[in-house]
Write a protein that binds this ligand. Sequence first.
Ligand code: F6R
Length: 607
Amino acid sequence: MCGIVGIIGNKPAAPRLLEGLKRLEYRGYDSAGIATLENGHLDRRRASGKLFNLEAAQEADPLNGPIGIGHTRWASHGAPTVKNAHPIAAGTVAVVHNGIIENFLDLKSELEGHGKIFDTDTDTEVVAQLVAREIENGATPKQAVGTVLPRLEGAFALVFLFDGDTQTLIGARKGSPLALGKGEGEMYLGSDAIALAPLTSQVIYLEEGDWVVLSHTGHEIFDLTGAPVQRPWQQTSAYALLIDKGNHRNFMVKEIFDQPEVIGHTFANYIDLASRTVKQDALKVEFANLERLTVCACGTAFYAGMAAKYWFEKYARLPVDVDIASEFRYREAPLDKNGLALFISQSGETADTLAALQYCRDNGQKIASIVNVQESTIARDSDMIIPTFAGPEVGVASTKAFTCQLTVLACLAIAAGRARGHLTSAQEIALVSSLIGVPRHVADITNRSDEIEGVAKRIITARDILFLGRGINYPIALEGALKLKEISYIHAEGYAAGELKHGPIALVDDNVPVIIVAPRDNLFEKTVSNMQEVAARGGQIIMITDADEREGIGTELFDLIHVPKADAFINPLLYAIPVQLLAYHAAVLLGTDVDQPRNLAKSVTIE
Ligand code: F6R
């Protein structure tokens, strides 16, 4: 996750860019840079390390131009050196970038084939080079960006500055946030309203796929298809500026929409994007000779652990015991000598998880933890911390922390598979490649939030709802039921689809929606046959699937939520999103307090 600011103004931009970057430092701080137009010509100052190094560089040799862009970087492609610090320049173009360009290797080899030389190790440079090439061939900056954007795959935000053009700044968003702001004869761009707070309180949050051309006094926004669109100006509130909720009505939905960005940010810590391999050293765990892994967590974090069991057992042939921490701590489980116990927690303060950790430590286990709050007690009490990078999660119902936990666990499972000799190098590359595609697919799903709201409208009068899934999608069914009941207060249960006939099917009648998490994987046919059992009893079937229009389903569905087709490995990460959105919309329609549902607390520090 990186931070972006841009100013097309009428007084020196550099001090104001630096002020914006300070506010964005929470997004990354391994290098930083600014570029401005000095008498119309592009010049840059960049530095590795924290922002004060860039401030020193600017002080030593100041940039004074009124138009500029700035960036604080958290390295994904390429080491955090000055060379790789943004803005990245090529020809007449400078660009700052947050996110990942998935197809950068293909684009890079195309450009190299045409004789282009690359100066950096970043994926960003392909964007600068492509836009610069269009301009060399006679395009205007606006035409050049409009031509290049559709060629970029991934989830990202970009801001461009052009040598010799003092009237234009261009921004684009696809999967990563970008807001624009207006002042007196000036316009601004920033990763969030917090960055723009000293400049303006009037902002427009760009929507998915939007790109914008700014002049000093105006802006033109285009959507994904290139058609001009209008987006409303909003007044940012003082509270929003403490933790920016963007244009979302509450934190939970903001955090759902954050997922393309934070999932990418999380895996960028653990995989090498260029070689498409896992960074064994960053993942820290010694898997080669491990005989068994004990996983403990509560609630949503426990479901992440359950999903991980399928990954570890399938891809690494590593036996996994996964347990709810509040049960585990009292059941006096015998543990292997010198075993490894893995704890998963967003807050890092959950009392039951902490007590289970203590039990494992007392019984000679090495302790690894996946935590979001790195200063937490669980983190401090662990031998190895493998952080998620979800950022602060404010909504009580966990969403982005869950998918970031799954992301880390997916990386760990690949690392374990390699270390234990059960995955070949080619298999590792294929699995990592599918993981890199997750932010893009997640953005595709969040873009269809309105459709999912339509489904939510049809279920909110139900008294009971069942969620079914098989294999690794069973924990997602459990998570769907948990999410729905905790924020909408509708009674919901998750079941393994094959277990239905052993009891729960008695609940099914024509008033019971049954939500079936059913990707077209090796268990699809089995899940469909469980679905027929429900249909035969009049249940209202809502299928969440990547199957083509009712392909192979052979029954009348009450509704369908479509998910992009992807490698089965990443399905839990994708199918988590529609169940979150379904719960969210149901809760909003029922008028509950989505961010702070009754009787719950964000961090459960009591037994
Ligand atoms: C559900 C939810 C809870 C937490 C659980 C563990 O939406 O948020 O079930 O997952 O209380 O919390 P952490 O991850 O902080 O240990």
